[in-house]
Write a protein that binds this ligand. Structure first.
Ligand code: PMP
Ligand code: GLN
Length: 412
């Protein structure tokens, strides 16, 4: 007998269900990233599943964190984040995008982008409200919408017949908005497909969000990781959008410190107040010695970080090419990404189910990937269309990718 009364439908089960983590027998699994990283560790396979770099970010930024640890930055920082970091975030948004935010009231430091997104959804979506997201989507979106008791409404990415690139399904996009739409969660550059949404797609999203009175939350963690001259355009820069948009980013991807979990959100004071109100009861604050280091990186007084990020994007483009060529040669149908760490590829030549293929890949060739179905609503049209697709990360050293590619060639 359990020593407590087990509620019939506890909220945590809704969360597990929303992210597709409940097995047929009711057992609950960890996230796909945890499962696949554990599988890689167990089998010794090359882990191209979870997206994290195998080389650390700039040494002088690490030194700034060490200096902060040694000079007493070890107690709670202010709930909003230290002033230096809020100022650095505001100046970054102004420098890169011409967006001007008051560091005192319009910038909030969070525990990674994940907390910013969670706090924004919990702040605005009530039970029964609808949150529009692009499918496939980063898994935390569905989880946090379920935590809020709100309804996830997905708009699929579809492939363009001519170019093969992914774009928004415009008809589905228009149909997604209704009287209960409270929030639109945008992610560009997009995980898992590596799509950078076009200004046309963003403009249509903006038009529909405005017409329905929805708040836009935009996850731009891959903002600096775009390739081939493709520019990332924050939706907040479109006419009339700054006043209804919360822009989220973090240090993880830009600086190759995914474990630091220092993120931020910018937007008009009333929207940021809403997010702060929730955020202060999730973590209150975090990352005391890391916040000054991220401030140093975003300020980038001597330009070293700017150079680091430009080189990172260029080297990622080359690593993308290496992996895409290898995957194509191995028999995958690849959609070449314009940004992020990731490429998605159709593995129909090897299995009709990407999840099964991912569980078999370590045994078959010693490589780990993640199924695109983990980023979809089970049974949705997009999940069906992408059933045999898998995601690979290329944020690994060239020698690691070369070895992975030669192993994948053995699939044939
Ligand atoms: N959004 C997307 C699209 C991501 O890929 C990630 C990566 N983990 C996150 C949010 C989470 O960012 P953070 O680690 O800063 O919480
Ligand atoms: N954003 C990374 C990915 O998509 C890591 C996600 C995670 O571990 N939660 O792979």
């Amino acid at each position: 007998m359990r020593p407590y009364a087990d509620p019939v439908n506890p909220r945590w089960r809704d969360v597990a269900q929303a992210v597709g983590l409940v097995d047929a027998d009711g057992a609950v699994r960890p996230t796909i990233f945890a499962e696949m990283s554990a599988l890689a560790a167990r089998t010794g396979a090359i882990n191209l599943g979870q997206g994290f770099p195998d080389v650390d970010g700039p040494a002088h930024v690490i030194e700034a964190a060490v200096a902060a640890l040694r000079s007493g930055h070890n107690q709670y920082p202010p709930g909003d984040g230290i002033p230096e970091l809020r100022e650095a975030v505001a100046s970054h948004q102004s420098r890169h995008y011409g967006l001007d935010w008051d560091p005192g009231t319009e910038v909030l430091v969070t525990t990674g982008a994940t907390e910013a997104i969670a706090a924004a959804v919990l702040a605005f979506a009530r039970p029964g409200d609808e949150v529009v997201v692009i499918e496939p989507y980063y898994d935390s979106y569905a989880a946090v919408v379920a935590l809020a008791g709100a309804r996830l409404v997905t708009v699929g990415l579809v492939r363009d017949g001519a170019s093969g690139a992914f774009g928004l399904d415009r008809e589905a996009l228009r149909a997604a908005f209704g009287p209960r739409t409270r929030l639109v969660l945008v992610n560009s550059p997009h995980n898992p497909t590596g799509t950078v949404l076009t200004v046309d797609d963003l403009t249509e999203l903006a038009r529909l969000a405005t017409a329905s009175g929805a708040v836009v939350v935009t996850d731009e963690v891959y903002e600096h990781l775009t390739f081939d001259g493709v520019a990332h355009v924050p939706i907040a820069t479109l006419p009339g959008m700054a006043e209804r948009t919360l822009t989220v980013s973090s240090a993880g991807k830009t600086l190759s410190f995914t474990g630091w979990k220092v993120g931020w959100v910018t937007g008009p004071a009333d929207l940021v107040t809403a997010v702060r109100t929730v955020k202060q009861f999730l973590t209150y604050t975090s990352g005391a010695p890391l916040q000054p280091a991220v401030a140093v990186a975003l300020d980038d007084a001597d330009g070293r970080v700017g150079e680091y990020v430009r080189e990172l994007a260029a080297s990622l483009a080359a690593r993308r090419d290496l992996l895409c060529v290898g995957l194509t040669a191995a028999g995958f149908d690849v959609v070449v990404p314009s940004g992020t760490y990731f490429v998605v590829a159709d593995g129909a030549a090897f299995a009709d189910d990407g999840a099964r293929l991912c569980r078999e890949l370590p045994e078959r060739v010693g490589v780990v990937a993640v199924p695109v179905s983990a980023f979809c609503v089970a049974g949705s049209p997009t999940a069906r269309a992408l059933r045999s697709w898998v995601r690979f990360t290329f944020v690994k050293r060239v020698d690691v990718l070369q070895e992975a590619v030669s192993r994948l060639a053995g699939l044939r």
